[in-house]
Design a protein around this ligand. Structure first.
Ligand code: ZN
Length: 63
């Protein structure tokens, strides 16, 4: 197995890990003013691209 000749410095390790974070999910605002994920049906009103795609029951919407 390949073995590193030198221990990676704190600086180099940090430089590598600077790209490791998970990107925050993008938010898009629905016509019902609710923040949702892009290219997804709105979980609070069930509308996608201005079209009603899901019937959201009151019990589910309250959660
Ligand atoms: Zn909505």
């Amino acid at each position: 197995m390949a073995l590193p000749k030198k221990r990676t410095s704190r600086s180099k390790r940090g430089m590598r890990r600077s790209h490791d974070r998970v990107a925050a999910p993008n938010t898009v605002y629905c016509q019902c003013k609710e923040a949702t994920l892009p290219h997804r049906i709105c979980s609070s009103c069930g509308v996608y691209k201005g079209e009603q795609r899901l019937i959201v029951r009151e019990a589910d919407a309250a959660k």
